[in-house]
Write a protein that binds this ligand. Sequence first.
Ligand SMILES: Cc1ncc(COP(=O)(O)O)c(C=O)c1O
Length: 372
Amino acid sequence: MTIQPFKLERYFARYEFSVKYLLSSSDCESLGMDELFGMAAPESRALWDGLKLGYTESQGHPLLRAEVAKLYQRILAENVLIAAPEEAIFVAMQTLLQPGEHAIAVSPTYQSLYEIARSIGCHVTPWPLQSTPAGWALDIQQLEASITDKTRLLVLNFPNNPTGYLPSHQEFDDILSLARKHNLTVFSDEMYRLLESDTGLRLPSLADAYENGIALSGLSKSFALPGLRIGWLVSQRSDLIPHWLAFKDYTTICNSAPSEILGIIALQNTARIVQRNLDIIRENTAIATAFFAQHSDKFACHLPKAGSIAFPEWHGPGTIEQLAQGLLDQQGVMIVPGHLFDIPGKHFRIGLGRKNFGEALEKVDLYLEMRI
Ligand SMILES: Cc1ncc(COP(=O)(O)O)c(C=O)c1O
């Protein structure tokens, strides 16, 4: 198997643990063990205290799968596979696609959502998000025009990484009608779901809304627990689980025992954890709004209605790579240029979920004052 390097992950590997201000992180401020244990019901705490560090059930701890199933309307614990989120994408793509098939993936998005398909020998057509004066937008007619008789899979990612784009309920329904009409399997990366600024904006999970759909979610973003490496695939299609399990025997076989118990505790406190993260995002969105208003000559930015990331555009002098390097060298601030998402030009990602977001923007402010 040959696969292209994961550009974003290689970039993070260079800076994530050495740079002070990670202005482009997509996850929310990580929860600590003390915070999580502070929420644990006595029965879950007892699971932790009595935990033996053996191998675990390949599909995932039954209690963890039951907690995941509660997030959905039409999903039972037996329809859930627990795996690290990135692993789950790998396993799903390997089992859904064959060489020579065609896939369509919303673009930009997280690289593995299309790169794994390419590595299998599939042709992938991007379905591009357009930057319009009113914000990011998708053209459904363009999607229909891309569908051929070889198209097997449509890959969605809403709220989108990196733009923060979330379709309306009507647009989501239109996408599903098209998928039904063309008998497409749909894979929906919902890692940032639950982080809507208004619950009225929240789309149903694809796993509930579409009988031939697979949804990915996990604890890394909306639950602020990326270090647990816990995610899940869910689908109404029960025929998929045996294929996923057979493939997972060649990745991790099973999940980390401590992470599964901590995951149960987190999911039993979903509302509280999500609210904590939304509060951080709301506060940072207000800071970002003021910053971009103050620098409207240098940036264009549509702050998202959902998720923890945005994809502003640099309108100042030089390339976005030059700005990124200058911020790194002179202020210890890391931003992710858009080319890491295969987007040429001057976009860059910012993360709204970290507690030092305001401090990081102050450093950007300083840089702009000194340099521009
Ligand atoms: C859209 C999306 N999907 C999947 C993942 C993978 O999550 P993890 O890094 O926890 O495996 C990420 C991580 O950034 C992501 O942004």
